[in-house]
Ligand binder design. Structure first.
Ligand SMILES: [Zn+2]
Length: 402
């Protein structure tokens, strides 16, 4: 498998010590490119970026594909003859395979002593560790998340369940790390639900694996906090802050370990995530809102003139039937340069799939443009003002909903 490495870049700025925001770089052994972090990935569902073809993906999108493992189980037979998923799907950009799909809610009871399940829209796929390892060998992603239990929904988790969660996740991890053919480029899931003590024990249990395999481990992901799916759009990151901070303190000597966490990353939560020092973000939020005909309209750079649309709006509303402006004024995306709100609204009414394509193009451009601005503001030492500017817009949005 191609190797991928990560390094953090020290900020020249004096971001307050309570803030862990940071910049980093991902590099690859086989592809001459650098991905700057913080970054959002490009979410892929059933082998395609939802509603757009590759040639329509805006240029400012970070081309690191996020392909949940569940969507690949059905392709196992095909992959046996094609080499890797990249060559099968003609993807030359790097691929990250998270164990779960950020868009699909997990149901309880998906794991046993010898297996864990991935969930797809079509249902459950059981993976034992051998099948998991075989899948990773067939897919050959640039980086993958190791199999884990993580079945710890906050209101239903008992002490006994947390112990099982740790034991199984550790066993799955050790089996992955023990296999030299898939050892490189692993992301280690950290489990223990929302229980600080269990999360501590788990981290202590596996810390030696991190130090023994430092060159092969790309990063860690914060798992077990939630059950994935649409409700995570409203996750309260502040409640997780002490747990994440404690973990990061323990890992302070590992400067080049990347931090990631699955979630439907609404832009205000992206800001909170960056403040916690996260580097890599799921891009599934774009698919989530585009499915619901929501348009991202918050101001994310100082070249945009203020509008009355709010942070996000639903284009499927009669008030846009005669909208003569683009989805967002001053937006440089293909949709906004060529079409009006009224046209997109009309396409929705006539059930033309093109409406979804145009919406997705705009949302991808807006979301990834936002991440670009985040990096610029971190570099320019203007992060504090920038984060407040974004949080304000979403605070107003939340008030409207209440
Ligand atoms: Zn646009």
């Amino acid at each position: 498998m191609a190797t991928m490495s990560f390094k953090t870049i020290s900020l020249s700025s004096s971001i307050t010590t309570t803030n862990a925001a940071r910049l980093g770089e991902l590099t690859f052994s086989t592809i001459p490119k650098i991905i700057e972090t913080p970054a959002a990935m490009l979410y892929v569902r059933s082998g395609v970026v939802p509603d757009v073809t590759y040639d329509l993906i805006p240029d400012n999108v970070t081309r690191l594909f996020e392909i949940p493992l569940g969507s690949l189980v059905d392709s196992m037979k095909n992959l046996e003859h094609t080499g890797s998923y990249g060559s099968f799907a003609r993807i030359t950009d790097p691929i990250y395979c998270p164990f779960h799909d950020s868009l699909v809610e997990l149901r309880p009871g998906g794991s046993g002593n010898l297996y864990s399940s991935v969930w797809t829209k079509a249902g459950r796929q059981e993976l034992n560790i051998e099948r998991f390892k075989k899948l990773i060998k067939l897919v050959q992603p640039s980086v993958y998340e190791s199999m884990f239990d993580g079945d710890t929904p906050i209101d239903k988790t008992t002490e006994k369940r947390l112990v099982k969660d740790r034991e199984r996740s550790r066993r799955f991890l050790e089996s992955s790390l023990g296999d030299k053919t898939i050892l490189s480029n692993a992301i280690i899931p950290l489990v223990g639900g929302q229980d600080k003590r269990h999360r501590q024990i788990y981290l202590n249990d596996i810390l030696s694996h991190i130090s023994n395999n430092e060159n092969n481990i790309l990063g860690v992901s914060f798992e077990g906090f939630h059950s994935y799916g649409p409700s995570t759009e409203n996750a309260d990151l502040n409640s997780l802050k002490p747990i994440i901070e404690e973990t990061k303190t323990k890992l302070i000597d590992y400067k080049n370990i990347l931090f990631t966490m699955p979630l439907l990353w609404r832009p205000d939560n992206v800001i909170h995530g960056i403040d916690l020092g996260l580097d890599l973000f799921s891009g599934a939020y774009v698919a989530h809102i585009s499915d619901r005909l929501i348009i991202l309209s918050f101001l994310y750079n100082d070249k945009m003139s203020s509008n009355t649309l709010g942070a996000e709006y639903n284009i499927n509303s009669k008030q846009y039937a005669n909208g003569k402006q683009s989805l967002v004024v001053d937006c440089g995306c293909y949709t906004c340069k060529n079409y009006t709100q009224a046209y997109v609204y009309h396409l929705i009414q006539t059930k033309e799939l093109l409406s979804r394509t145009l919406i997705t193009i705009h949302n991808l451009y807006h979301y990834h443009g936002f991440f670009q601005q985040i990096r610029e503001n971190l570099k320019a030492n203007t992060w504090n003002d920038y984060r407040i500017m974004i949080l304000k817009q979403y605070a107003i949005e939340q008030e409207k909903k209440e």
